[in-house]
Design a binder for this molecule. Structure first.
Ligand code: MEV
Length: 436
């Protein structure tokens, strides 16, 4: 594999589709059979779909692209993104290029455990339960590690600690919740933690005399937080100030925070989908974490530090690199190969970096040209298709729409329909004039 991917991917967006696949193959990122598989339209055999869900009637396909120019923790990375929204891949690549020229991206993971919850809906005696957890906790964890999480224990993970919490119910009774913390290694760990909690139900009920009502993992994994930091040097003071102000807006106002975080997730969800990870779980965790102060806030923050602009992202981004769809779906395995991630934490760090890069790209556009300019320029081809342009009409109509956009600063499908009608009637008049 080429270590300097930036050179390899210069001008990538200008290449034809077969040329793009050839570049990936030559860089050692795509096996020949994977390139053929993509060119033939990807997954067709319905039997895999039947394994995943019920009542299957087919596959739903969305575009798979690669964002280029990323350098994360001093290593070049190619980022596969499965997404339908115009401009996400382009904005990620463009912003990554800017950062590569002006600064750096650094990432880290803090903590390792995911959380399982065991609920006692109406605890009879919370203090007695506390004492029982204290006396038997070690024994329960050893049992769960021996009987359920033994695969994780062999890989250096497994159940690590317990934490008992209490809540007062609206009717004045007390609810207790026992948190089971577990290091899932390179798995997302959902199945194992759920099995651990259900397995512990019997021993805990026997020892405590309390009734357990339900067991399930929590998606608010504040015990395992991934961080990304972007440092930009020599950025114009005016732009840096505007980005800081945009950040303050999202830190203070939940209405803006929701849109800011949607933009961050524009960078994260497409990678989750491409790698077969549970994006609903990550979304739920990110939004819950964004509310941890009691108000929904931005998960990113941008500040001027001297001549630098420094951005940070913190979020629970719990993913797996083994098992499930990631291993079984050929497109997901192919994307894992493109990414060359070495562990679940490594993938999580790439996600954090991509989310923060996407956020920077959006903020930069919002505080300069506005989002419409760049977004609509890339959306013009969709408008030509929406208006019903034929293959040979598309480039001419696209050019006309570019002119309209430059002139009026806005564009819609009705402009495309109108421009196409005009183009066709001009063509018809030209044909009439030259026919004998
Ligand atoms: C659009 O998909 C995402 C943005 O709205 C994000 C943002 O406002 O920060 C542009």
């Amino acid at each position: 594999m080429a270590t300097n991917l930036d050179k390899v991917f210069q001008g990538f967006s200008k290449l034809s589709y077969p040329e793009r696949l050839r570049v990936l193959s030559r860089a050692g990122l795509l096996a020949e059979e994977s390139a053929e598989y993509l060119q033939e339209g990807g997954l067709k055999d319905i039997s895999l779909g039947e394994k995943f869900i019920e009542n299957v009637i087919g596959y739903f396909q969305i575009p798979l692209g690669v964002a280029v120019h990323f350098r994360i923790d001093q290593r070049d990375r190619l980022i596969p993104m499965a997404v339908e929204e115009t401009s996400i891949v382009a904005a990620a690549s463009k912003t990554a290029k800017w950062i590569r020229e002006k600064g750096r991206i650094e990432t880290s993971c803090k903590g390792q455990d995911i959380i399982g919850q065991i609920q006692f809906a109406k605890v009879q005696d919370f203090q007695r339960l506390q004492k029982t957890v204290h006396a038997f906790g070690r024994e329960w964890m050893d049992l769960a590690n021996r009987e359920v999480a033994f695969g994780l224990v062999q890989r250096g993970g497994g159940v690590t600690s317990l934490n008992l919490r209490s809540m007062i119910r609206p009717d004045g009774l007390t609810m207790a919740v026992l948190h089971v913390h577990m290091n899932p290694c390179d798995a997302m760990g959902a199945n194992v933690i759920n099995q651990v909690c259900e397995f512990l139900k019997g021993p805990i009920e026997d020892a405590s005399g309390e009734k357990i009502t339900m067991c399930i993992l929590s998606n608010l994994v504040d015990t395992k937080i991934t961080e990304a930091t972007i440092t930009l040097n020599e950025i114009s003071a005016e732009l840096a100030e505007k980005i800081e102000e945009a950040s303050l807006f999202a830190e203070l106002d939940p209405y803006r925070a929701a849109t800011n975080n949607k933009g961050v997730l524009n960078g994260i969800d497409p990678i989750l989908i491409a790698t077969g990870n549970d994006w609903r779980a990550v979304e739920a965790g990110v939004h819950a974490y964004a509310c941890r102060s009691g108000q929904y806030r931005s998960i990113t923050r941008w500040r001027r530090e001297g001549h630098q602009l420094v951005g940070t992202l913190q979020a629970p981004l719990v993913v797996g690199t083994v098992g499930g769809v990631t291993t079984l779906h050929p497109t997901a395995s192919l994307c894992m190969r493109l990414l060359e991630v070495s562990s679940a934490n490594d993938l999580s760090r790439v996600l954090a970096a991509a989310g923060l890069v996407q956020n920077l790209g959006a903020l930069r556009a919002l505080v300069t040209d506005g989002i419409i300019e760049g977004h609509m320029r890339l959306h013009l081809k969709n408008l030509t298709l929406g208006a019903g342009a034929r293959e040979q009409e598309i480039p001419i109509l696209q050019k006309k729409l570019e002119e309209i956009l430059t002139l009026r600063k806005r564009i819609s499908l009705s402009h495309a329909v109108e421009a196409l009608r005009e183009m066709r009637s001009q063509d018809a008049r030209r044909t009439e004039n030259i026919s004998p």
